[in-house]
Ligand binder design. Sequence first.
Ligand code: AMP
Ligand code: ZN
Length: 205
Amino acid sequence: MKRNRKLDTSEPATSKRNHWTAGLLKSMEDPECIIKKDDKIVVIKDKYPKAQFHYLVLPKEDILSIWQVTRNHQDLLIHMHEVAHGLVERHTSHEFIMGYHAMPSMQRLHLHVISTDFRSPCLKTKYHWNSFTTPFFLHSSDVSRQLHEEGEIKKISSQKCIDYLNTRLKCHKCTLQPKNMPDLKRHILIHTDKTNKILNVCKCI
Ligand code: AMP
Ligand code: ZN
């Protein structure tokens, strides 16, 4: 995962449009990638989904990352959260989480909306796993609450982000600490079976 390029610099986002980190800006304009849009946001499918369902909600406003969000963006963040809820309602048999990566790799603020089955060939590395299952993942409701109550989002140091990404692997549903990603990926299949309503109904019949 390319995380050597931090997006919390003062460099304007517009100067990097041809850089690989601008991929989401291109996808936002590609009708094949777009799931939904309105006057404030665009929803796209994640090109390298880390679960069965993985969407990104992006503002049309040129906000580089979560670290450029100010109290003036409160309504926008609430709107992005509501749009995310609308997406989740399409998949009643799946559990979802929605939030922001503390050290994003791609330009333009983006809210991850991802099903917690984490079943995907694109989910390969410890960094991928820890980016969704440790405090590196800033849950959307916590971010909005913090912005409302404190007027800002509490900064997480780069070192802390790196520490989160390097955390020992741990299952998100139980206490198991698998020794590697293949073991983890085999293990989490058990939990998907248990939480997937459709599967449970079929088993009962
Ligand atoms: P982050 O680490 O929070 O910046 O996440 C960026 C996300 O964008 C990852 O989940 C990638 O799989 C996804 N991604 C990368 N390039 C593209 C693209 N061109 N179109 C859509 N999604 C992308
Ligand atoms: Zn487990």
